[in-house]
Design a protein around this ligand. Structure first.
Ligand SMILES: [Fe+2]
Length: 530
């Protein structure tokens, strides 16, 4: 793929670091452009909250950036954080540079905030002011907390429907959103598309930027970003369907269209960074910044007081290749594990050894009453063959059985309190008990799992759901039709998870309803449908 813009890693790292800090600039250096159109068309967002800091994000995108020749230069952006929506009681303000090398994105890391409180924020560039966003800090580690309301969602394929789910999520009174992957899709379109995507296959840095900008232009998605802080991880479609680390996945129609997957992944990762409210440290903690094929370090943990420890995992970037590929060619598929020698290979990893060790250490030290692990996909074994024998999906945890058992071993060894796994990817709601060893159905339950449906992405429907539930009795509920999100409300006594679904994903004005609700009492890994 020779259409990739070359990127200067050192420059990008410097810019990423510089853009997070408050810069002192002499008045003459302050760009005061007059924009002929609103440069804040992609909205605002906040993310990666801690007890005293949060990342504020925006990206300037306006034809007038190019009109004025500023498409080539940096633009000074002022930011403000206030106690009130009118910005009468200012808490902090500063300015930063929106750099063209990072697509005029802004990642401000506001520090020194008070714990456990809500703030308002906005950006000003020249004569333009952004929409107002609302965000919050988390309670300090160890602080007593009465409640955490956490939304979780994934898989928002543009052409499969409208983002009405996000509009309804604004009314859920959430403290934070966990986004669990497939923020964009890289396809040129879909059969029976509800709305068209522009730009064809997404392959280059420019392509990825344009696709992110298309999605970020959606008013409902923007509004939810402006409502509370988000914690984000990714899955495959932020780069390419079913890719594994530096192994290419599937989807590109013509052989030879992409001849350098490492460069494509670097472009996709850079565009993801540019569009997400994440810390510059995802670049600077990485082994090699944005160099071709280098790491982008996005796995993380953050306490929400004493009540919960929230972990976000990265199951794409470090994994071994899927086992038993068809004729050695990429792509997820159902496999009979008994006929696949690699299936039980204990050396194969899903998170990579470094992340596995990090997670084990994080869980060992966690003081959270609940331990929430947000990750990409369904965790529990899901056998698609009724009766004797198995057919398992090789692209999810089932294809990495030894790595899955290392994670459940870590939960047991560290006596982790109340583990709750949240997931996405399968475009279906699956709720179940986490078994210590899925090879032994009688093994103890070590936690609970809520794998969410999609915001829009299609799934196969409920024809086989009852059969699959019967075949995999550690799951207590499944639905393969409805689209939406989940709300997990944690208190010291219990977790209540509510599955919220829209009535028609093809309608912009879709209504929301509750599909099911579950209670998990603290200290007991049981799931009661209520
Ligand atoms: Fe998806």
């Amino acid at each position: 793929m020779n259409r990739l813009a070359p990127c200067d890693r050192r420059l990008l790292l410097q810019l990423a670091l510089a853009s997070t800090a408050t810069l002192w600039l002499p008045p003459s250096a302050r760009g005061q452009p007059r924009f002929s159109s609103n440069p804040f068309t992609l909205g605002v967002a906040s993310g990666s909250p801690t007890h005293d800091s949060v990342v504020l994000w925006t990206r300037l995108l306006s034809p007038s950036l190019l009109d004025t020749g500023r498409g080539q230069g940096a633009v000074t952006v002022r930011w403000e954080v206030a106690h009130d929506e009118q910005f009468a009681r200012l808490v902090q303000s500063g300015q930063t540079q929106a750099e063209p090398a990072l697509a005029h994105s802004v990642h401000v890391e506001v520090a020194g905030l008070a714990a456990d409180r809500w703030y308002f924020y906005r950006f000003i560039a020249g004569d333009a002011t952004s929409p107002v966003g609302r965000t919050r800090t988390f309670p300090a580690a160890g602080a007593a907390v009465a409640r955490l309301r956490l939304g979780y969602a994934s898989c928002q394929r543009w052409e499969h429907g409208y983002f009405s789910a996000w509009r309804h999520m604004r009314e859920e009174n959430l403290d934070a959103v966990m986004f669990l992957g497939d923020y964009i899709y890289e396809y040129p379109g879909a059969a029976n598309a509800v709305r068209p995507v522009s730009g064809g296959w997404v392959l280059t840095l420019d392509d990825y930027r344009r696709r992110h900008a298309l999605y970020k232009g959606d008013a409902d998605l923007q509004a939810m970003h402006a409502t509370c802080p988000w914690l984000l991880t990714w899955d495959d479609h932020e780069v390419q369907n079913d890719y594994a680390a530096l192994h290419e996945g599937t989807g590109v129609p013509f052989l030879g269209m992409v001849d350098d997957f490492a460069a494509r992944r670097a472009a996709a990762y850079q565009a993801w960074y540019e569009h997400m409210p994440v810390r510059a440290s995802v670049l600077t903690q990485a082994l090699g910044g944005l160099a071709r094929g280098a790491e982008l370090r996005i796995y993380q943990q953050v306490p929400f007081g004493r009540l919960a420890t929230l972990c976000l995992l990265d199951g794409r970037q470090y994994r071994d290749r899927q086992p038993c590929l068809k004729d050695g060619k990429p792509g997820g598929r159902l496999v009979d594990p008994a006929a696949c020698p690699d299936w039980a290979d204990a050396q194969r990893s899903y998170l990579g050894r470094a992340q596995e060790q990090w997670l084990d250490g994080t869980l060992a030290r966690s003081g959270g009453q609940w331990n929430v692990i947000g990750q990409q996909t369904l965790f529990g074994l899901r056998d698609a063959r009724p009766g004797p024998g198995q057919r398992l999906w090789n692209d999810g945890w089932d294809g990495y059985a030894a790595a899955r058992t290392r994670l459940t071993d870590s939960l047991r060894k560290n006596a982790v309190a109340n583990p709750v796994l949240l997931g996405g990817d399968v475009h279906e709601n699956w709720v179940g008990r986490i078994l210590a060893d899925y090879a032994d159905v009688a093994s103890p339950t070590v936690g609970v799992e809520f794998c969410g449906t999609s915001i829009t992405s299609r799934s196969g429907g409920n024809a086989k759901t009852a059969e699959r539930l019967a075949e995999n009795p550690h799951f207590v509920f499944a639905d393969a039709e409805r689209k939406g999100y989940g709300v997990a409300e944690f208190t010291p006594k219990q977790l209540i998870t509510t599955l919220r679904v829209v009535d028609d994903v093809t309608r912009k004005d879709a209504a929301i309803e509750t599909l099911a609700r579950f209670v998990v009492p603290a200290g007991r890994a049981v799931i009661e449908k209520v």
